[in-house]
Design a protein around this ligand. Structure first.
Ligand code: ADP
Ligand code: MG
Length: 238
């Protein structure tokens, strides 16, 4: 089967001293949920930016769908627009023939999916971090692409909210069949969510771990803990 994303000998340098990524060979299959982990500055965001098309490689090649959606760390919402308007904007920009009413109905559908219907008319500053991040996810889903990219989407949230959003993300992933590539700084989060964990090391792909534990995964299970420990040992080189 053709991979939906294919990176070949991909590299990104900002200048002679600053190599963010080098020699990345990676294929991602349709419907996979891949988590990227690595130390700070290892090139994770650069990798996602290249898959999204925000940034371009300086070496190698990339094959990917023309349009991909991205969820950022802090929601990246427009502060002077309501929750509904933030989602409506992307729908409007994609489907220019829709009436204003049809756009609103469509936007509301995505807010509902993220349990945000009651907050449609609120502005970002009136919402909690978790709610803002839900809007960021609703907006990315509204872009209606096969590939969903997420750059540390839950790292600013408390544990209970994160667990809640993990459950919702898995549900969405199962229902939509989207391909998800998510950067995480947490091994536990990566083991909770993904099919495959890619460790970025020395600015290239260091290790790849397939995760075969059935969903939903429980942090207390022996299988889960042994997987986390295995990855931690490699990650921390112990
Ligand atoms: P991560 O997301 O893993 O923390 P990044 O992908 O943001 O890492 O950055 C990887 C490396 O590339 C870092 O050393 C960073 O300083 C460098 N870098 C990222 N963006 C730029 C830029 N626009 N100009 C110069 N260097 C950059
Ligand atoms: Mg980053």
């Amino acid at each position: 089967m053709e991979p939906i994303i294919s990176l070949k000998k991909l590299g990104r340098s900002f200048n002679a001293e600053s190599v963010a990524l080098k020699n990345i060979d990676l294929e991602i299959q349709k419907g996979e949920f891949v988590c990227i982990i690595g130390t700070s500055g290892s090139g994770k965001s650069t990798l996602l930016n290249m898959i999204s098309g925000i940034d371009k490689p300086t070496e190698g090649s990339i094959t990917k769908p023309a349009n991909v959606a991205m969820v950022f760390q802090n929601g990246a919402l427009l502060p002077w627009f309501t929750a509904l308007e933030n989602v409506a904007l992307v729908i409007e920009s994609q489907q220019k023939t829709l009436t204003k009413k049809a756009v609103q109905i469509e936007a509301l559908k995505y807010l509902e999916l993220m349990n945000l219907k009651l907050f449609a008319d609120k502005y970002p500053h009136e919402l909690s971090g978790g709610q803002r991040q839900r809007i960021g996810i609703a907006r990315a889903l509204a872009v209606n692409t096969e590939v969903l990219l997420m750059d540390e989407p839950f790292s600013a949230l408390d544990t209970a909210t994160t667990i809640e959003l993990h459950t919702e993300l898995i549900k969405i992933w199962k229902e939509t069949g989207k391909t998800i590539v998510m950067v995480s700084h947490s091994i536990e989060e990566a083991v909770t969510l993904s099919n495959r964990i890619v460790i970025i090391e020395n600015h290239t792909v260091g290790h790849i771990f397939p995760i075969e534990i059935p969903l939903p995964r429980h942090e207390q299970s022996v299988q889960f803990m042994s997987e986390v420990n295995k990855i931690r040992a490699v990650f921390l080189k112990k």
